[in-house]
Design a protein around this ligand. Structure first.
Ligand SMILES: Cc1ncc(COP(=O)(O)O)c(C=O)c1O
Length: 467
């Protein structure tokens, strides 16, 4: 049983496990290769009645659970968008769990609220957001986007939807390539998913802003009420960047809320040479990006910025007797800045990362990864087996096999992923099956990129000889 007396010894065993995990991670299959219910059936039917020793728990962690883990911190994890951690973040998370603060209001941990306030300012400056933006840490970009849609809805309906229910005819717009969290948010906000207008994209998967203005005009003529546009700073499929400045001008003209979703690509704004991608973001009403994707802060840590935080507070403020505090109104009570009442002390791991790396350390790592990705793209193209579908961009490459037949690319990807050597994911671009690759795992090195190139070539050749 774990007790205060033997905490140090048992915690050392856990630290040894973590240290060993990182040392052997390159030897583990990156993607779990288990069947549905395989892990479930290995877990005892009933919870233990008596406390067990840490050795028993760690033994089962290795034997029962580890085979069913897909290793997101594996340097050969090149799939989806990253969900990076780092030693710095891990240590911050350990202290967060030790303190175990529930940071719903300022009084329940003033340091948590004030660190959050200060760090969101640090980050706004670091990514070049103008001073008018105020930040708050949300659990995910999905939540932040929902919060933006709800705030836009309240502003447009004079804060009456919260009281009386949502009137019909409210309209939200995003590109056809935008993330599914927007559609989910529009549904959850009671606006109705059919009131999300998906604007067509140009040949670079960017929102066609002329079509946006046309859609807004048509809706207004039909008596509908445009309330919000969500622009993508880096779509999930192909990291396409919507023309934010053009979209902002339209939103301004029709008094429509502009929310910018930079979940992944927002981290690139740390690099002055990439700030151009967010031109016009200063005219947005809100902006989100996830340090838990590409900034080495482990999930969950999503930075949400809003121009007018009073609108946010008016949207979410609800004050039962048991939550009243003497400082209310003088401090940031973050329970009013999002959906859940309870809040983790997320700023702490961000603080550990910012102090441990320093901004320049983070910038250097991101630049290295952008360069590694460009190296990958060159190698893949030179192989003669693969074709780039876009120029490599922000640590991301989109490609397919040279075969025009989608099933070839699909088959090669399946075999590569089944091997457990590397892990990549896919999307469709203009109907074409495409492989998505990232060189953005925290500790990825050139040797890992070489391994990815070799593995892809090997499985392509196996496929070629077999067919
Ligand atoms: C562009 C974009 N927006 C939003 C999200 C949702 O992010 P989260 O998991 O933080 O909700 C993602 C996830 O990959 C994304 O790619």
């Amino acid at each position: 049983m774990i007790t205060q007396e033997n905490f140090r010894r048992d915690a050392d065993a856990v630290l040894d496990w973590i240290d060993g995990y990182f040392k052997r991670i390159r030897d583990l299959p990156v993607k779990a290769a288990v069947l549905p219910r395989e892990i479930f059936n290995k877990i005892e039917d009933e919870a233990p009645l008596e406390g067990e020793d840490i050795d028993m728990i760690l033994r089962d962690l290795d034997s029962v659970l580890l085979p069913g883990i897909t290793h997101w911190q594996h340097p050969s994890f090149h799939a989806y968008f990253p969900a990076n951690s780092s030693y710095e973040s891990l240590m911050g998370e350990m202290v967060t769990a030790a303190i175990g603060a529930q940071c719903m209001v300022w009084e329940t941990s003033p340091a948590a609220a004030e660190l959050e306030e200060r760090l969101t300012q640090w980050m706004a400056r670091a990514i070049g957001l103008p001073d008018q933006f105020t930040g708050v840490i949300q659990d995910s970009a999905s939540s932040a986007t929902l919060v933006a849609i709800l705030t836009a809805r309240e502003r447009a309906t004079r804060f009456m939807s919260n009281l009386n229910g949502v009137p019909g005819g409210l309209r939200v717009y995003c590109s056809a390539q935008a993330h599914s969290s927007i559609e989910k948010g529009v549904g959850v906000a009671g606006i109705g998913r059919n009131n999300l207008v998906k604007i067509e994209t140009d040949s670079g998967e960017r929102m066609n802003y002329k079509m946006l203005e046309k859609a807004i005009n048509e809706d207004m003529e039909a008596g509908l009420t445009p309330i919000c546009v969500v622009a993508a700073l880096g779509t999930t499929g192909s990291v396409a960047i919507d023309p934010i400045d053009k979209i902002a001008a339209i939103c301004n003209k029709y008094n429509v809320w502009l929310h910018v979703d930079g979940a992944y690509a927002g981290t690139a704004l740390l690099l002055p040479e990439y700030r151009y991608i967010a031109e016009g973001v200063e005219y947005a009403d809100s902006f989100v990006f996830n340090p838990h994707k590409w900034m080495f802060v482990n999930f969950d840590c999503s930075l949400y910025y809003i121009k007018d935080p009073q609108l946010l507070v008016r949207t979410f403020d609800i004050l039962p007797e048991y939550l009243k505090t003497a400082t209310h109104g003088q401090v940031n009570d973050y329970r009013d800045w999002g959906i859940p009442l309870g809040r983790r002390f997320r700023a702490l791991k961000l603080w550990f990362v910012l102090r441990g790396f320093g901004l320049e350390g983070i910038r250097q790592r991101i630049r290295e990864q952008i360069a590694l990705n460009e190296y990958f793209a060159r190698k893949i193209e030179e192989s003669g087996h693969f074709k780039l579908l876009k120029e490599p961009f922000l640590g991301f490459t989109l490609f397919r096999t040279i075969s025009e037949d989608d099933t070839v690319t699909q088959k090669v990807l399946e075999e590569v992923n089944r091997s457990g050597e590397i892990y990549l994911s896919h999307t469709r671009v203009d109907g074409t099956f495409a492989i998505r690759f990232h060189a953005t795992q925290t500790y990825v090195q050139k040797e890992d990129i070489d391994k990815a190139v070799q593995t892809l070539n090997r499985y392509y050749q196996i496929f070629e000889t077999q067919s």
